[in-house]
Every structure is written in structure tokens, then in C-alpha cells.
Design a protein around this ligand. Sequence first.
Ligand SMILES: Cc1cc2nc3c(=O)[nH]c(=O)nc-3n(C[C@H](O)[C@H](O)[C@H](O)COP(=O)(O)OP(=O)(O)OC[C@H]3O[C@@H](n4cnc5c(N)ncnc54)[C@H](O)[C@@H]3O)c2cc1C
Length: 305
Amino acid sequence: MKPARFAYHAPASVDEAIALLARYGGEAKLLAGGQSLVPLLNFRLSRPAALVDLNRIAALAYIREDTGHVRLGAMTRQRAIEFSPVVRRRLPLLAEATTLVGHLPIRTRGTIGGSLAHADPAAEYPTALIALGGQVIVRGPRGERTLAAGELFQGYLTTTLAADELLVEVRLPAMPDGAGFAFEEFTRRHGDFAIVGIAAIVVGRGGGHCASARLVTAGAGPMPVRLRAAEEILEREGLSDAAVEAAAHRAAELVDPPSDIHASAAYRRNLTRVLTARALRRAITHLDHLNTPNTLSPAPGERAG
Ligand SMILES: Cc1cc2nc3c(=O)[nH]c(=O)nc-3n(C[C@H](O)[C@H](O)[C@H](O)COP(=O)(O)OP(=O)(O)OC[C@H]3O[C@@H](n4cnc5c(N)ncnc54)[C@H](O)[C@@H]3O)c2cc1C
């Protein structure tokens, strides 16, 4: 199928893009990499009056390292993130998550801002944003606001962004030196969206103790879920095999997954247990026990399971 008719605009600045969104009063759509939007247009599941193409706004594509943070412009391509030395060094979980996003041509066009704004519950970036305790910067006619990761996602393919707002930047605290991490997921075929995925970050304290842990789901509900009660088991009981198993069992109890043509709720719940254990074991293997002075920074507004 072909899309319904739409007007096309290619602004050169963020201000121009915001003015266009305001002009169409909620009837325009932003076009980033087009990897999710264009199929929706072609199936006529989305029929905007206009597309506001962000691809000419060069100022929205960057990866910058600040003290303790990495800032990524919304139009940064997934492929640039995959190969960024800054991301590999400071945010290795995000680098690993990126390799799991679709296929090479999709990552070459797809952007971090587009993926977060699209809010697919099975996508890797929303899960990584919550696991890393990040924030997004949003601009619109009423000015700029900063949203904690947990304040962005509202439900299936739904965010708290207004129709006249633009996600401009993603801010992620650098992972603590020596933290262990893993992003594990189950897909039917290489490059498919995850049926379930789990992001894990653990910070050790030596002697098998856990200073802090993060566990976040993908595909196990209408949006990513932070599994706080499972994290607490590790923080209380340490990183032994028994604690990992207990945390994985608790993780499966904390999710309320859907049944659909891809998998039943029971299957997704079981995957949550299996992948939590798998992600934790790999994260613990990579843990640098000698060099873990910091804990994960708190992330206000996160939804905890
Ligand atoms: C075959 C296939 C397989 C895929 N597999 C995966 C996968 O395994 N994992 C995964 O995570 N993704 C996957 N994707 C999706 C891909 O990652 C998309 O790139 C991503 O979801 C959307 O990013 P985009 O830049 O293409 O955004 P677009 O498709 O251009 O836009 C998506 C939505 O976000 C809005 N938007 C875009 N930018 C902004 C902004 N800056 N501010 C506010 N709103 C904005 C748009 O208006 C639109 O509603 C797959 C896609 C395809 C076609």
C-alpha cells in the first residue's frame, strides 16, 4: 500500500520544526529514521496531515561526553551509537543493546530519539534508558522540560510527549567503572523484535556482595518494567547462584505480560525468569570486583515492579 496524501516540510532548525508542529495543531508527525513511521504510513495506520522531516537538522545528531554523563542528540543514528568509542567506554550496556536492534540497514537510518518516541515495549532503547537511569530533554512551544526515564513511557506505543513537542536529547549517566552488564533477549529470528528481553547491571562490593543492581524488562508488558523487588534480593543477599535464582523467580512474579500471536503470557513469564538468570550470570562474569567504588545513580520517576 501507499501512504495517504500528506504535506512535507524539511525544517533546518528545532525552532522551525516546533513552529510547524504548532501550525498543524497535532495533525503533523515528525519523521526521524522512518523505520517505524513509514510502515505505519504505508499501511495507513497513521494518516498525518504533514510530515516534519528532522533529517536536515544537523544540530540534533551528536554524542558528547560531559562530566559523569553522555548526551546523545535525538537524531543520532543507532549505527553511530553502536560504533561510538564514548558509548562503548561509558555506556557499554547501550552499545550491546544497539547490536540487538533490527538489522544493519535499520540501524543505519533509525535514531535513538525515534525509537524512544515510538515506545515499542519490545524495543531495546526504552529498556536501556530505564536501566541506565537516563533522562530525555523535550522542547515545545511552552519551552523545554526534562523527563526522567520513568516519566516518558505511558503505555503501549504511548509516551507523555505532547503532539507539539520534540524529543531533542537523551542524557545518560556513565555506568560505574567495573560494573557488570548484559542485555539478553529471545527472538524467533535474528533481528526480530524481542519476545522478551532483560537488561541487567550489577555493581559489586567485593566478597560476592552487590552494591546495587538494575533489572529492566522489554516485551514483558505494555512498557519496560523495572524489577525493583528482584534487584533488592541481590542487594540484600549478594551475587551467589542461589540469590540469582531467587531474583529470577521474583522477576517472573513481577511481570504481567500479554498473550498475542507471538507468545502466551505464561511463556513470556517463563522467559522473564530464564533471561533474568542468564543476564545476571553474564553480568556477574564481567564484574570487576576490584574497581567498583560507585553505585548506580538514582533515577527519579522510574516505575518499579
Ligand atoms: C524490520 C524492522 C525490524 C526492527 N527491529 C527492531 C528491533 O529489533 N528493536 C528495535 O528497537 N527497533 C526495531 N525496529 C525499529 C527501529 O529501531 C526504528 O528505527 C525505531 O523504532 C524508530 O526510529 P526512527 O528513527 O526510524 O523513527 P521514525 O520511524 O521516523 O519515528 C517513529 C515515531 O517517533 C516519532 N519521532 C521520531 N523522532 C522524534 C523526536 N525527536 N521527537 C518526538 N517524536 C519523534 C515519529 O513521529 C514517529 O511517531 C525495526 C524496524 C524494522 C522496519
